[in-house]
Design a protein around this ligand. Structure first.
Ligand code: SF4
Ligand code: SF4
Length: 226
């Protein structure tokens, strides 16, 4: 199994589908040159099946997966998928610590911060009570685990950790619009770091939790934080 086979360079392969090393991807990539990083080089090495060199380098983790390179590529090559596939082939002990630690905490506790459910509820209710002190929001409450709500709101952990004010912006809109919404009281994380670490199995677990909420609470619409 190689990066090339795992992440087909294009949906339909042919000779003309291959990179012609024009460098448009490297020219537009904001990180070209960082520690020798260069998307053209990575694609070219993947075509040559020099996977181990890519996997052993810091390059898979330098890319932000922004996708600008793919837009610039005249051959439609799936550059982000090539890089993510390389990430998935890296031994998990060599995944950047913060990313891997967040994943492990997410698997264990339901969120990348490792916040116990009762602390999460305390923070959410505290922020909600501050909003309820504002004129026009006196009746505001956060509806946890509401069956049959129209919208499931999953959360980015930074909204719970350091950027509570961004939660309030959403809640104000919901309140004024009369939205019928809910948030899960457990497994509330909306950020799927399995995507960023290239780990499909982890990604499935996190997606599966959201699907479970949707089914359990019979909700049709999902609001995803990213
Ligand atoms: S996805 Fe990665 S390689 Fe492509 S432009 Fe963004 S940072 Fe560069
Ligand atoms: S833009 Fe596409 S064709 Fe050009 S070097 Fe990059 S991957 Fe190859």
């Amino acid at each position: 199994m190689t990066i090339k086979k795992e992440a087909p360079l294009r949906p339909v392969q042919s000779v003309t589908d291959l990179c012609h090393t024009c460098g448009s991807c490297s020219a537009i990539c904001p990180l070209t040159g960082a520690k020798g990083f260069n998307p053209r080089k990575i694609v070219y090495m993947a075509i040559q099946e020099r996977d181990q060199e890519i996997i052993d380098s810091p390059w898979p983790w330098i890319c932000t997966m922004c996708g600008r390179c793919e837009h610039a590529c005249p051959m439609g090559i799936n550059i982000v998928n090539v890089i993510r596939t390389a990430r998935g082939m890296v031994d998990r002990k060599n995944v950047p610590l913060m990313l891997q630690k967040g994943i492990e905490l997410g698997l264990e506790t339901g969120n990348n911060l490792g916040l116990p459910d009762e602390d999460f509820k305390f923070i959410i209710e505290d922020v909600a009570s501050e909003l309820a002190d504002q004129p026009g929001f006196e009746s505001f409450q956060v509806p946890f685990d509401k069956k049959g709500a129209n919208l499931l709101h999953t959360l980015h952990n930074k909204l719970v950790n350091t950027q509570n004010e961004d939660l309030v912006h959403w809640w104000k809109i919901f309140h004024v619009a009369g939205e019928d919404w809910t948030i899960p009281s457990r497994n509330w994380e909306g950020v799927n770091w399995g995507y960023f670490s290239g780990d499909d199995e982890v990604m499935k677990v996190f997606v599966g939790r959201i699907v479970e909420h949707m089914e359990q609470f019979e909700i049709k619409n999902l609001m995803y934080p990213e």
